[in-house]
Design a binder for this molecule. Structure first.
Ligand code: ES4
Ligand code: ZN
Length: 322
């Protein structure tokens, strides 16, 4: 684990299923009697050479086969939260993908109760967290609406909804109904946009879905007027630098548009996305950009403060973290 040089922070873009480390995959496969299509950890790691978002998603969904019971989800969340806390994260707003488990025959109650227990255990380790249910944009919009109602019926402890998975070909417009319903329910709304899709996806997420934060959003830079709007409206961008490198959004970290984003004055936060797959947790991402771009302690402190401001925490918790 890296020596901590980064300020305490808040993580706002983290898929809990993306914290499934190879060692945990193998351990869960054994305990659940799931046969893996590779010999062990080494052979699995060799598959982490992604060409784009879809090539990652294919493995990400395949590996979820080992998650079967509430106890598995508890272990997954607790393991992540302990690692995040060790890296200086004080609060995490955690994405999960209900449909990715439902389609495998895992009951939503197992997922939700298991994660909720993991979050409770995280608090014992000094980190608070909340859940955001993400809908898979490559599945039918009606299914997203049904799943949201199931979450409501379960009284699932979610603070908001999000939108993830395959961006190209699945524009925000497809999900107007589920986002309208979430607003009615008083839930927060965020959406992945501008990761592989263009600036028009970011604009649609704001205009049609009422997104309060944009997850990734790096491609908004291609449209100066949109960028000016994001800055003026203080819409947070949850940027994930190591993810963008590993999914070939940029060739190397030095090519990442983070400095240009910071220059616009946008409310940028640094996050880890799927740390088990992309080579780093929140502290690793912060250290990597600090190193590559020579960020000052002052700039790192600004990034950490942005994450508190961009969070869905109540005012008293924000003040305590600022
Ligand atoms: C994701 Cl990096 C990324 N992009 C879109 N959807 C996702 N789900 C998990 N990780
Ligand atoms: Zn993501």
């Amino acid at each position: 684990m890296p020596v901590l040089e980064t300020p305490p922070t808040v993580e706002l873009h983290l898929h809990i299923e993306g914290t499934l480390e190879p060692e945990l995959i193998v351990a869960l496969a054994e305990r659940n009697g799931v046969t893996l299509p590779y010999a062990g950890v080494e052979e699995l790691r060799a598959r982490y050479d992604f060409t784009d978002l879809q090539s990652f998603l294919d493995l990400y969904y395949d590996n979820m086969a080992v998650l079967r019971t509430a106890a598995d989800f508890t272990l997954l969340a607790e393991t992540y939260l302990r690692r995040a806390a060790a890296g200086g994260v004080r609060h995490a707003e955690i994405f999960f993908d209900p449909q990715a488990h439902l389609v495998r025959g895992v009951a939503l109650a197992e997922v939700v109760t298991g994660l909720a227990e993991g979050l409770r255990r995280g608090e014992d380790a000094g980190i608070t967290s909340t859940l955001i249910a993400c809908f898979l944009r490559d599945r039918p919009a009606e299914e997203a609406c049904e799943v949201l109602e199931q979450l409501v019926a379960l009284d699932a402890p979610i603070v908001g909804i999000g939108l993830d998975s395959t961006e190209v070909g699945n524009p925000p417009a497809k999900f107007v109904d589920v986002f309208a319903r979430a607003k009615e329910l008083g839930l927060h709304r965020v959406a992945h946009a501008g990761e592989e899709g263009g600036p028009e996806c970011v604009a649609e997420a704001l205009d049609l879905l009422g997104a309060e934060r944009i997850d990734h959003g790096v491609r908004a830079l291609q449209d100066p007027a949109l960028m000016a709007r994001l800055v003026a409206e203080r819409v947070p961008l949850t940027v994930c630098p190591l993810s963008n490198v590993r999914l070939k959004g940029v060739e190397t970290l030095a090519d990442h548009p983070l400095p240009a984003l910071l220059d616009t004055g946008a409310l940028v936060t640094i996050n880890s996305d799927d740390p088990a797959y992309f080579g780093g947790y929140a502290d690793d991402n912060l250290l990597a950009v600090a190193d590559t771009f020579g960020l000052s302690d002052h700039q790192l402190a600004d990034l950490a403060r942005n994450a508190v401001v961009a969070s869905f925490l109540p005012a008293d918790r924000r003040r305590a973290l600022l």
